[in-house]
Write a protein that binds this ligand. Structure first.
Ligand code: TXA
Ligand code: MG
Length: 364
């Protein structure tokens, strides 16, 4: 098949997806972070289907995805006009962040316009928006000519999908879902979320590929992190970020992190010693150089020591390892440093929710 006919074919598939969205159906589509499960953001019945398909509690708000009309020069895009139907008061700071990072893996939370459906926001006064960079997502959104709400295309509490096949396996046998195949996701973990809705301080709600330092460097805007002086939010009251539940992104095989050189310590939590243990080892280390353990068979799995590469493969390796029938999976603790915050956050939650009973944790 020539490149040209491939392009034509995918265009026809995208047109069908646009029609499905207009008809109130769901479409799974690729973004550069993870695959999303999309619905028309102005159609309450369609949005309801997302919550049913995912098994997601109704008070967990969704992100609206937008795309700018095709432009040769990204600096010419009028983002303010694009977000205005959704957002009340777009601040100077917000516009600077948008101009610096959209399209890209950055979600911003604003005070919402009154026309925004309660089904999206869980009744909150704010709205989360992002403009994905993936060309197929952009083509879909452009042709649809409207906002598409899309959570990650996984069942609630499970590992987010980074390929079309992952999405298929999440909903196999329960939902006949249209899935656009845009290959493997480049970023591999969900977008960074920054809350701008207070009008005072920018707050980091979910770490991702774009870090507070990246934002400071490109815009001069300081983003506050949990635990920092000006940071406060009421997540204990409302789960504004569902990924902020302690257990999330969880495999069914028990998963733990080990400190450098302390693989055996990590095993002490499992006294009825597991016989088949997969151990992640940094590609920069030659091997575990463990003394070994009489009844445990360790198998080493190499992990990228570059944070971006690690993130791009994180969910892929969790899914693959989960299917290989290990008794226990051990990952090396990510090193200190902001560029690892996104990965560290997802891994800690995955550990907490992991194991055969993960669904009971995840629905807490
Ligand atoms: O990378 C991503 O953001 C992916 C792709 C598909 O775009 N989407 C994604 O959606 O991760 P989801 O639903 O799995 O996570 C979105 C997060 C949720 O944790 C939700 O609570 C938070 O965004 N969120 C949505 N609206 C919000 C709001 N108004 N205020 C605070 N958090 C919000
Ligand atoms: Mg999700």
């Amino acid at each position: 098949m020539s490149t040209n006919s491939t392009a034509l074919q995918s265009s026809a598939v995208i047109n069908e997806a646009v029609q499905t969205l207009h008809d109130g159906g769901l479409v799974a589509f690729p973004t550069e972070t993870v695959y999303g499960l999309g619905a028309d953001a102005r159609n309450p019945a369609a949005i309801q289907k997302i919550f049913t398909a995912k098994g997601r509690p109704p008070n967990h708000p969704l992100i609206v995805h937008l795309a700018a009309p095709e432009k040769y020069d990204v600096t010419q895009i009028d983002w303010a006009a694009l977000v205005s139907p959704w957002v009340r008061d777009l601040s100077e700071d917000a516009l600077r962040m948008i101009n610096a990072f959209w399209p890209g893996p950055l979600t911003l939370v604003f005070k919402r316009d009154k026309s925004v459906l309660n089904e999206i926001t869980g009744g909150q006064d704010t709205i989360a928006i992002r403009a994905p960079a993936h060309p197929m997502a952009q083509e879909l959104l452009r042709k649809f000519k409207g906002g598409v709400v899309a959570p990650s295309a996984n069942r609630f509490g499970k590992v987010s999908p980074t390929s079309a096949a992952d999405v298929r396996s999440e909903f196999e046998g329960m939902l006949d879902l249209m899935i656009l195949d845009g290959g493997d996701c480049e970023v591999g973990i969900e977008s960074t979320i920054i809350d701008l809705s207070s009008g005072n301080h920018a707050l980091l709600l979910r770490p991702g590929a774009i870090t507070p330092s990246d934002i400071l460097a490109k815009t001069g805007i300081k983003v506050y992190k949990p635990g920092e002086d000006k940071y406060s939010h009421d997540e204990a009251i409302t789960p504004r970020v569902s990924g902020s539940l302690k257990a999330h992104y969880a495999p069914t095989t028990p998963l733990r992190l080990y400190a450098p050189g302390r693989v055996l310590d990590a095993l002490s939590e499992f006294p009825d010693i597991k016989s088949r243990v997969a151990v992640g080892v940094w590609d920069s280390d030659s091997s575990l150089s463990e003394d070994g353990h009489p009844s445990v068979h360790f198998e080493e799995v190499t992990m990228p020591s570059d944070s971006r590469t690690f993130a791009s493969r994180l969910y892929r390796s969790l899914r693959d390892l989960d299917e290989q029938g290990w008794d226990l999976i051990l990952f090396p603790e990510p090193p200190a440093g902001e560029e690892w915050d996104g990965v560290r956050d997802r891994l800690q939650r995955a550990c907490f929710g992991s194991g055969p009973s993960s669904s009971s944790h995840a629905s807490n």
